[in-house]
Design a binder for this molecule. Structure first.
Ligand SMILES: C[S@@+](CC[C@H](N)C(=O)[O-])C[C@H]1O[C@@H](n2cnc3c(N)ncnc32)[C@H](O)[C@@H]1O
Length: 217
C-alpha cells in the first residue's frame, strides 16, 4: 500500500499556517483524508481555527473531486482565550476585543490556493450538526476540549460518517500526565470504540483514526 503524501507546497502552506497540529499528525490526517476521499463524499472538520489542518483536508478533497467542509464559530476555544496558554493576541479583533480567527483562516486558504475546495461554516458545532443531513466520508473532531463540547461534537457528527468512512479525533491523551487541555477527546475516543460502530485504523501521537464498521453510535 502506498502512503499519500502532500506536495511540498501544500506541506509548506500547512507549516506556515497558524495552528497547533504537528507535521507528523498532519501527514496522518492527510493520508486518512485521501483514503476517505475515495468514497466520493464530503470531508468535514470541526475546529477550523486559522486553517492549518483545513489545508490538508482541502488538498485531499481536491484530489478526490469532493469538498471539504470546516465548522467553527471562530471565537476560539476556552484555552485560546486571553490569559490562557494557547492565546495568540493576533487572533483578537481590535475593535470588538474578542477573538475572530475567520480573517486569518481566509488568508491561509487564499494563500494556499484552496478556496474553491472548501465550504467554511461559521457557527456552533452542535447547531450546525442539527441541520446537517447528508453522509460524510470523513469527520475530523478538533473543536472544544470540554466534555460538553467534545461529546456534542461526537453525538452531532459521528452518526453522519458513512459506512467505511473515517472518524478522526485529535488530542487523545490516554495518560493524564500528557494532556494540557483535558481528557475529553480521549473519553470520546473510548466511547466511539465501545459503541461497536467504529474500529481503530491508526494512532499517530494524539490523532486517532477510526473506521465506521457498524450501525450504533
Ligand atoms: C484546537 S482549535 C482547531 C485547530 C485546527 N484544527 C488546526 O489544525 O489548526 C479548536 C477550534 O474549535 C473551535 N470551537 C471550539 N468549540 C466550538 C464549537 N462548539 N463550535 C464551533 N467551533 C468550536 C474554536 O473556535 C477553535 O478555533
Amino acid at each position: 500500500m502506498t502512503t499519500a503524501v502532500p506536495k511540498a507546497e501544500i506541506l509548506a502552506a500547512f507549516e506556515a499556517a497558524k495552528g497547533f497540529m504537528p507535521a507528523g499528525e498532519g501527514l496522518a490526517l492527510y493520508e486518512a483524508a485521501v483514503g476517505a476521499g475515495a468514497l466520493g463524499l464530503p470531508l468535514l472538520e470541526v475546529g477550523t481555527y486559522c486553517g492549518r489542518s483545513t489545508i490538508l483536508l482541502a488538498d485531499a478533497a481536491r484530489a478526490a473531486g469532493v469538498t471539504a467542509v470546516t465548522v467553527d464559530h471562530h471565537r476560539g476555544s476556552e484555552e485560546q482565550q486571553p490569559g490562557w496558554d494557547y492565546h495568540d493576541p493576533e487572533t483578537v479583533d481590535p475593535e470588538l476585543g474578542v477573538m475572530d480567527t475567520l480573517p486569518l483562516f481566509r488568508r491561509t486558504l487564499n494563500t494556499a490556493g484552496l478556496e474553491d475546495h472548501v465550504i467554511a461554516v461559521v457557527g456552533r458545532s452542535p447547531q450546525v450538526a442539527r441541520v446537517w443531513n447528508s453522509p460524510l466520508g470523513l469527520v475530523f473532531i478538533d473543536g472544544g476540549h470540554t466534555d460538553e463540547h467534545a461529546t456534542a461534537d461526537y453525538e452531532g457528527w459521528a452518526p453522519h460518517v458513512a459506512e467505511g468512512g473515517l472518524l478522526l479525533i485529535h488530542d487523545v491523551y490516554p495518560d493524564p500526565e500528557d494532556e494540557f487541555t483535558g481528557q475529553a477527546p480521549y473519553r470520546v475516543y473510548l466511547r466511539a470504540l465501545a459503541s461497536g460502530a467504529f474500529t481503530e485504523v491508526s494512532a499517530t501521537d494524539s490523532l486517532r483514526v477510526l473506521r465506521r464498521t457498524g450501525a450504533g453510535i
